[in-house]
Design a protein around this ligand. Structure first.
Ligand code: SF4
Ligand code: SF4
Length: 86
């Protein structure tokens, strides 16, 4: 197989690549602390944080890779990273 310059694998969109299988930590959203500011959704590199009917953020764990960026950036400390249990 011919490889493109600087590329060792075929590119793929997150929709096709279920990045959730990489995860060693998972974000847990503490709705009682959440102010629904939407920042976590904006910074998520997988674009996998949606919201429920009440406007609370809800991650799609099929695509969440556990990077922790949402928890790092949440101004309300409303997201805790917990060790994934397989
Ligand atoms: S960044 Fe934090 S406070 Fe803002 S919507 Fe996400 S979980 Fe809620
Ligand atoms: S841990 Fe990373 S991939 Fe998962 S929801 Fe948060 S920002 Fe998105």
């Amino acid at each position: 197989m011919a490889l493109g310059l600087g590329c060792s694998a075929k590119p793929g969109r997150a929709k096709e690549n279920r990045t959730g299988s990489w995860r060693t930590f998972r974000p847990e959203f503490l709705h009682e602390k959440c102010t629904k500011c939407g920042l976590c959704s904006l910074v998520c590199p997988e674009g996998c944080i949606g919201e429920d009917a009440e406007g609370q953020p809800v991650p799609d764990y099929d695509y969440c890779k556990g990077c922790g960026l949402c928890a790092e950036e949440c101004p309300s400390q409303a997201i805790e990273m917990k060790k994934e249990e397989k």
